[in-house]
Write a protein that binds this ligand. Structure first.
Ligand code: 6XA
Ligand code: ZN
Length: 343
């Protein structure tokens, strides 16, 4: 399996995030990608190549132009005020506030284009996010060209980023950008399967009213888990997309057996949809030792996930999302990919 990776991810290294009322070092750190790269190499999965550079228009197929422009200039606007630390939002157009008047000041823009505060912007965030999306796009190009599978080793991750908002460590929605690329290059139907511990709210909203892209997600129940305000089972899509959105919220403490049973249901939905290609938002924060999550999957479960995905027989692009047990993230990702390759 082809892996696509860029060292540019190192340029994005936020200092701190809010966690249980305190500022703590960011869980989403460069060492995550280093561990995954080492494990992919150790597993002998195949070639590791750098991404191609894609036009900005590949990004604006799923993100609004003003949002992408914000990401491009946010650090410079922040630094122009004399700031040297990370840019972070602190005020949002939430309940009863206006969303029709984008602010001019960078502090206001940061909140206008965010769903939460877990999105530090550093001097290199834009370069890293763009290269991360390029990794996904290069994988999509490989699949569109007839490749059987690819792994986009994306960092920063993407599935919480919506058409015009960053959130949850995500800036550009790599999986959605890749799925749209596949649609634009020969695939009539694309499925996105999200196995990250957190609901992929950004991917859901981007494709919610479309029948050509199925989104299926297994995740911690939003009644008790981030992102809290989306990811319920009754969100089934709208308009032409009605029936093309499937959520499987699961309780804290979910073990491998229960998880794999839900995965079988999601896979049955995807098989019925008969996609021309599949994008997997691959987070391994479902791991029992993940520091911010509450499922109980173990290494063998990740192999089983890969095997089950392989039963779909679809050309498949894996896109890295979350996973914060840094010592184990590489082995768990490699287990999914080898399970798929052997499946
Ligand atoms: C913010 C939690 C962000 C979750 C990030 C993640 N406190 N998403 O892993 O998949
Ligand atoms: Zn996650």
């Amino acid at each position: 399996m082809l892996t696509i990776y860029s060292d540019d991810h190192r340029l994005h290294h936020g200092a701190a995030e809010f966690y249980r009322g305190r500022l703590v070092p960011c869980f989403e750190m460069p060492a995550r990608a280093d561990q995954v790269l080492a494990a992919v190499r150790a597993a002998g999965l195949g070639a590791v190549v750098p991404p191609d550079r894609f036009d900005r228009t590949a990004l604006t197929r799923v993100h609004t132009d003003d949002y992408v422009a914000f990401l491009e200039s946010a650090w410079d606007e922040w630094a122009a005020q004399g700031e040297t630390g990370d840019a972070l939002p602190y005020a949002w157009p939430a309940v009863d506030l206006r969303r029709d008047t984008p602010p001019q000041h960078i502090d206001g823009k940061l909140g206008f284009y965010a769903i939460d505060a877990a999105v530090p912007i550093t001097a290199g965030t834009w370069t890293a996010a763009r290269s991360s999306a390029d990794c996904a796009l290069t994988g999509a190009r490989h699949i569109a060209g007839g490749g059987h599978s690819a792994f986009a080793l994306c960092r920063p991750p993407g599935h919480h980023a919506g058409a015009r908002a960053m959130g949850g460590f995500c800036y550009l929605n790599n999986a959605a950008i890749a799925a749209q690329y596949l649609r634009d290059h020969g695939a009539a139907r694309v499925a996105v399967l999200d196995v990250d511990y957190h609901h992929g709210n950004g991917t859901q909203t981007i494709f919610y009213d479309r029948g050509d892209v199925l989104f299926a997600s297994l995740h911690g129940d939003p009644m008790v888990e981030y992102p809290f305000f989306l990811g319920h089972a009754d969100e089934r899509g709208s308009g032409a997309g009605l029936g093309a959105n499937r959520n499987f919220p699961l309780p804290w403490g979910t073990t491998g057996d229960a998880y794999l049973a839900a995965l079988d249901a999601a896979i049955a939905d995807i098989a019925a949809f008969a996609p021309d290609s599949l994008v997997v938002s691959l987070g391994v924060d479902t791991f029992v030792e993940d520091p911010i999550s509450h499922f109980k999957l173990v290494a063998a479960d990740f192999t089983a996930i890969g095997r089950r995905i392989a039963t779909l027989g679809a050309p498949t692009l894996f896109v890295l999302e979350g996973g914060y047990a840094v010592a184990d993230i590489g082995g768990n990702v490699a287990a999914v990919l080898t399970g798929f390759a052997d499946g």
